[in-house]
Design a protein around this ligand. Structure first.
Ligand code: NAP
Length: 537
């Protein structure tokens, strides 16, 4: 181990300057802690900095998808639509960084590559790709859950001679699609947004779909002053409410199970919530949508009917109709005009579950059925979610153990906040908390940061240097997490929720499914009991 006393020191290193990192900076300053943040991008925004692809926008309403910590910020920021586009969210986060003078503590264009825990000094030695080495007592990983992008390893993937993009590394300069033959691989939430947005701007669009998704049509009214005033009047109530509901939104699921309602009642419920054009149809319609297979199949069929009704060609409709897994057991995207894209003459749907991609060639994509010539190829192929941003860093805890090795046989955390063997390292939006997938990021990252900063303050107020969960407390949390996961239908479906999109990743539900409110209550209890389950050094 190198000589640590010669290194520059700070109290806390924060990794990332997205929603999480910015709030962590703000909050830690309130506690008069010295903080250094590192951000790989050239600006703030995190996922909203990198994912600037055409059509990128939130699926959470703007009156929820925001910070609550400043009355002034709430008063002076005007949201323009119910669901905010990428550029507006990025502008908002830049506004927050400027308004609270957060940039001065952020080192941009700098990627954290390693973090080693020095057991003698109880400090983390953080290293970056620009050669910085810094010693910090605490490490907060705000590196995001959807950060580490995935590009499938198709034979010949580097040979494509046209323009090639991954949605999560979209360039700042506009991409000109006019008259071009464009291919999109991937039809998850991202692919759907790209496809519906560029369909009328391209010469020809070829969509390579492996699995059809269930979707909900987005209703996205513009917000005028009156609408904003109405929402603003609810902010004090919303601020509390979102922390205590099941999914961090401003509603809870109807407490009645599907079969507790009459067929007429449940049809009316589905039609009403469908018309809302939001995720309430997914996570607010019935208490048991994601637990009762029979109810789930009926809801799935309702959505299939809605999808089929919008597509002219029955053969295309059949391909776009999701089957073989239940509604809501994968992330349900909101869409706008997605299915109508396939009614256009300039759009071809290729079912790569039937005719797989065999090769990327210099001129296009080859499937078992032939070659599709392209000028532009877009990968909307997702992320190594939850773990990717953490395990790509050479993070060594006690006894030099690497986090990625420690998680090889299965992810283990204490409430998704800390890992046994990695003292003073805190994670946000990480596996085994609702924030990893079952909560909107601002709601849950604010709750987690508040808890983390209080915990750091506790360590310092006790005159101690380090805190970490006991192995027993961690094992108890993992068992509880798994038990709750297995009460749902989600583990039956392959998706990034289960790590199934990454070869070799051990299958387990990424996010805690017990509910945002329940999780907050459990976190509050740990704190109230003097950080029960955590050990001080
Ligand atoms: P994703 O949901 O993982 O979708 C990736 C797509 O690429 C899927 O269609 C997948 O097919 C396909 N794919 C992956 N590997 C492939 C391969 N080897 N061959 C062929 N196809 C392949 O990723 P995403 O769409 O980027 O979305 C990730 C998450 O980001 C979302 O679930 C959501 O939480 C978030 N997001 C949110 C918004 C929003 O709020 N509006 C927008 C975009 C993203 P299979 O389905 O067959 O695996």
């Amino acid at each position: 181990m190198s000589v640590t006393h010669a290194l520059p020191e700070t109290d806390v290193v924060v990794v990332g300057a997205g929603f999480t990192g910015l709030y962590a900076l703000y909050k830690l300053r309130e506690f008069k802690l010295r903080v250094q943040a590192f951000e790989a991008g050239s600006g703030v925004g995190g996922v909203w900095y990198w994912n600037r692809y055409p059509g990128a926008r939130t699926d959470s309403p703007s009156h929820i998808y925001q910070y609550w910590f400043s009355q002034e910020l709430l008063a002076d920021w005007n949201w323009n639509e119910r669901f905010t586009p990428q550029e507006e969210t990025e502008r908002y986060l830049n506004h927050v960084a400027d308004r609270f003078d957060l940039r001065k503590d952020i080192c941009f264009n700098t990627r954290v590559t390693a973090a080693n825990y020095d057991e003698k000094t109880h400090r983390w030695i953080v290293e970056t790709d620009t050669g910085t080495r810094l010693s910090a007592r605490f490490l907060i990983m705000g590196s995001g859950g959807l950060t580490e992008l995935v590009t499938p390893d198709f034979p010949g993937k580097d040979s494509f001679a046209g323009e090639c993009y991954h949605t999560a590394r979209w360039p700042r300069e506009p991409v000109d699609f006019k008259g071009k033959r464009v291919g999109v691989i991937g039809t998850g939430a991202t692919g759907i947004q790209v496809i519906q947005t560029i369909q009328d701007k391209v010469g020809h669009l070829t969509v390579f779909q492996r699995t059809a998704h269930y979707t909900i049509p987005m209703r996205n009214p513009k917000l005028d002053d009156a609408a904003r005033a109405e929402l603003r009047a609810r902010y004090p109530e919303l601020r509390e409410m979102v922390q205590n509901t099941t999914t961090g939104f401003d509603f809870n699921p109807d407490p009645r199970g599907y079969f507790e309602m009459s067929p007429e009642e449940r049809r009316a419920q589905m039609e009403r919530l469908w018309a809302d054009g939001s995720l309430v149809f997914w996570v607010g319609a019935f208490a048991d949508t994601l637990m009762n297979a029979e109810a789930n199949e009926e809801i799935s069929e309702f959505v299939r009917e809605k999808i089929r009704a919008r597509i002219k060609d029955p053969a295309v409709a059949e391909k776009l109709t999701p089957r073989g897994y239940g509604f809501g057991t994968r992330r349900v995207p909101l869409e706008t005009g997605y299915y109508e894209a396939f009614n256009r003459d300039n759009c071809t749907l290729v079912d790569i579950s039937a005719t797989p991609i065999t090769e990327i060639t210099p001129t296009g994509v080859k499937t078992s059925d032939g070659e599709y010539p392209l000028d532009v190829l877009i990968y909307a192929t997702g992320f190594d979610a939850g773990t990717g941003a953490l395990t790509r860093i050479d993070m060594r805890g006690r006894n030099g153990v690497l986090l990625r090795d420690s998680w090889k046989e299965g992810i283990h955390t204490f409430m998704g906040l800390q890992v046994h063997g990695f003292p003073n390292m805190f994670m946000v939006m990480s596996p085994q908390s609702p924030a990893a997938a079952f909560c909107n990021v601002p709601t849950c990252s604010q709750q987690q940061i508040d808890w983390i900063v209080d915990c750091i303050d506790f360590v310092r107020s006790q005159g101690r240097e380090a805190i970490e969960p006991s192995a027993a407390a961690e094992a108890q949390w993992v068992a509880h997490h798994d038990e709750v996961a297995n009460t749902t239908l989600i583990p039956k479906t392959d998706s990034w929720y289960m790590g199934a999109n990454i070869k070799g990743k051990r299958r387990s539900l990424l996010a805690y499914a017990g509910g945002v409110g329940v999780y907050k209550q459990l976190c509050d209890e740990v704190k109230a009991k003097g950080y029960e389950g955590l050990e001080l050094a």
